[in-house]
Design a protein around this ligand. Structure first.
Ligand SMILES: Cc1cc2nc3c(=O)[nH]c(=O)nc-3n(C[C@H](O)[C@H](O)[C@H](O)COP(=O)(O)OP(=O)(O)OC[C@H]3O[C@@H](n4cnc5c(N)ncnc54)[C@H](O)[C@@H]3O)c2cc1C
Length: 640
């Protein structure tokens, strides 16, 4: 990359985003192993209670966030065999220790207080510098104006279909979901004539071309004839695409609807296109990354039946019989706080620790500034200890009759141990076998089965969104590009927070990247994507952001060097919970044989929560699993 190109992209501009560690992620991935001099130095530098400093405010950090540097090194050391035999015993002891301060862990703390009493002493440990896990808040300042974005968990999806426990929790926290009909301006973009678009990049399609007026990230990808005629593929591919979209052919004649559905679960959409519809291979390129937002892999590793549910073309003549609308289709996608479900995490913290998140309503939580100094307060019954990685959870005595669990955790480079009557592991499934070495091999294998999906949610602050208005687009799918898509933020105004609803105002763009290796089995793709994320420095993301936005929005006058004001890359090497993929796994596995069910069985006084525990990457599942784990303790598991 030449210096001149960097200048045009604005790589030299003074936005707040590169710090030393971010810039060194490549070296870290390659050489920063636990115990190495660089690692020790970094850990020693971490203050033991940095959150007591009034300037401690992680949501305002930009640059590399998500699983930020400093959050994962201890856990990787544990994985690689490091031990901490000389842990210092903490003075306190608890009724419950929760490992993992995401929505599941916070919900577990909430339910435990509800059932065991509000005086229960609870310690929540999390390895990040902020609470919420995937539910991460990103803030940006432009002049006096605050822009709030979501760095992970995006929305409450179809909340009316939540379990009574999950929906009840939202209500108890003060979330009236129906108010989002008022808060989410469903007509803003439509009223301005903005539509969805596809960006065809020259590396994949021979020419850069933005075509607007259709298409989405993952639902209903159908091109109208006037657009189809401009797609930069061969004439043969265009004809095949038209045939795929328009003709009503039964590609599996002679089978009943049920037999077809079963067959389609075992065929990838890519194979369906190539072997059954027999399209030109160039058509595959258009659809390859369409399911990335949901599956973090492309159509080579997603079943054709899943693509039926997402309304991809090719199934019109298949007589598959209409299934009832999925909950997602039945409810609009509007249940969104400006910081995504970080607001749910913040409301949970508000209810657990008085004064930690000031305010009383679902409206004021949006702009309330969390007081991190309150999180780990000896006066509070519930304490949240950040930047603390659990490295061991074991019973004091035999798991069958022990009265206490001892958890060892590392904070600021020092190991501590602390005891409680019960422990809920609301962290990642694959971490648990390292924490609980006495578990049966069967349970450990089941926990290891899950490979979380890697993905990157990037927020880019831009000085105005005139270029989108001029181009007539609000969301762009980019099948061949580094980022799979870019969208203007959701137009949500709540309480004191007002969405920048005129194009002259600064706003946030949301960009998605899901690194994977098409052609490999899904789990291998996830492993390779995770490696890529851990070894990609911030600078590479930044250069790609600037290059891609500049090219996609060039026709609207966008200038990356001039218009980009801030960047936060939320890297999630361990992102969505692993959901079983019928292409690679047995179809009719009884519930009791699902690895997540085997893995989540209670182990003495240790119980397992987190969305991995039910194999579904959703907030309601995280809450349900927190509830189940707590009911195993407080009701002997009787009501579940
Ligand atoms: C980018 C992204 C977008 C998403 N969007 C949505 C959405 O729109 N709607 C939806 O319903 N769901 C969404 N999800 C799914 C999301 O994961 C769940 O909704 C939910 O937030 C998961 O909560 P959790 O507590 O189960 O896990 P997490 O949020 O992962 O929390 C677990 C916490 O435990 C910590 N931990 C792990 N090991 C240790 C250890 N040894 N010691 C201490 N702490 C540890 C982790 O670092 C993490 O902070 C999204 C997920 C991602 C990654």
């Amino acid at each position: 990359m030449s210096n001149e190109r960097d200048r045009v992209l604005g790589m030299n501009r003074g936005i707040t985003r590169r710090d030393f560690l971010n810039g060194c992620a490549l070296t870290i991935g390659a050489s920063l192993t636990a115990g190495s001099p660089a690692w020790l130095e970094m850990m020693a530098a971490a203050d033991t209670a940095p959150e007591k400093d009034p300037s401690y405010y992680p949501p305002a950090k930009t640059g590399m966030r998500g699983s930020h540097d400093g959050s994962w090194e201890v856990a990787h050391g544990m994985r690689d065999g490091q031990t901490w035999p000389d842990a210092t015993p903490d003075q306190e002891s608890y009724d419950l220790i929760v490992v993992g301060g995401g929505i599941s862990g916070l919900a577990a703390a909430y339910f435990f207080r509800k059932f065991a009493g509000s005086n229960s002493k609870i310690l929540v440990l999390d390895n990040h510098d902020d609470f919420g896990g995937h539910a991460k808040r990103n803030e940006f300042k432009t002049g006096k104006r605050l822009l709030i974005g979501y760095g992970g968990t995006q929305s409450l999806e179809a909340p009316h279909h939540y379990s009574k426990e999950a929906f009840g929790l939202l209500q108890e926290l003060g979330i009236e979901v129906d108010r989002f009909h008022k808060y989410f301006d469903q007509n803003l973009y439509k009223g301005m004539g903005l539509k969805r678009a596809t960006f065809f990049d020259k590396e994949t399609f021979g020419v850069d071309r933005l075509l607007s007026g259709f298409g989405t990230h993952y639902l209903g990808l159908t091109y109208p004839p006037e657009i189809l005629a401009q797609i930069p593929v061969s004439e043969a591919a265009r004809k095949d695409l038209a045939r795929l979209q328009e003709t009503k052919v039964d590609y599996l004649p002679g089978l009943s609807a049920e037999e077809k559905r079963r067959k389609l679960t075992k065929i990838s959409y890519k194979d369906f296109l190539l072997q059954y519809v027999k399209v030109d291979p160039e058509v595959v390129k258009i659809f390859q990354t369409a399911p990335h937002g949901l599956y973090a892999v492309g159509i080579d590793a997603v079943s054709a039946l899943d693509c039926v549910e997402m309304d991809y073309p090719g199934f019109k003549g298949m007589k598959l019989e209409s299934h009832e609308d999925s909950p997602e289709q039945a409810e609009p996608y509007i249940f969104h706080f400006p910081d995504g479900n970080a607001s749910v995490a913040r409301l949970l913290v508000r209810s657990l620790i008085p004064g930690a998140v000031p305010g009383t309503t679902m409206e004021d939580v949006v702009t309330s500034r969390a007081n991190y100094a309150r999180l780990d307060d000896p006066e509070s019954a519930v304490r949240i200890r950040l930047s603390s990685t659990a490295v061991r959870a074991k019973h004091v005595g035999n798991p069958q009759d022990a009265n206490q669990v001892e958890v060892t955790y590392v904070r600021g480079g020092k190991a501590h141990k602390v005891q409680a009557a019960h422990c809920v592991l609301a962290c990642y499934n694959m971490v648990i076998p390292y924490l609980c070495q006495e578990m049966s091999q069967k349970q450990k294998d089941a926990l290891h089965y899950c490979v979380k999906l890697p993905l990157v949610y990037t927020n880019v602050q831009i000085s105005n969104w005139e270029s989108f208005r001029k181009l007539g687009v609000n969301s762009i799918y980019a099948p061949g590009a580094y980022f799979n898509g870019a969208s203007l933020d959701f137009p949500v105004s709540i309480g004191e927070y007002h969405f920048p609803s005129t194009p002259q105002e600064p706003c946030l763009l949301h960009l998605l990247r899901t690194p994977c290796k098409p052609g490999l089995p899904a789990k291998e793709q996830y492993r390779s994507g995770r490696y890529e994320l851990m070894t990609t420095p911030f600078e590479v993301f930044e250069r790609n952001i600037r290059d891609q936005l500049g090219r996609m929005l060039a026709g609207g006058g966008f200038d990356s060097a001039r218009d980009i004001q801030g960047i936060t890359v939320n890297r999630w090497p361990h992102g969505y919970a692993y959901e079983y993929n019928p292409l690679f796994e047995p179809l009719d596995r009884p519930d009791s044989e699902r690895p997540c069910v085997i893995g989540r069985q209670p182990f003495g006084r240790i119980h397992i929560a987190n969305s991995d525990a039910d194999g579904h990457a959703y907030t309601n599942i995280a809450i349900d699993q927190g509830y189940r784990a707590v009911r195993e303790i407080t009701a002997g598991g009787k009501d579940r």
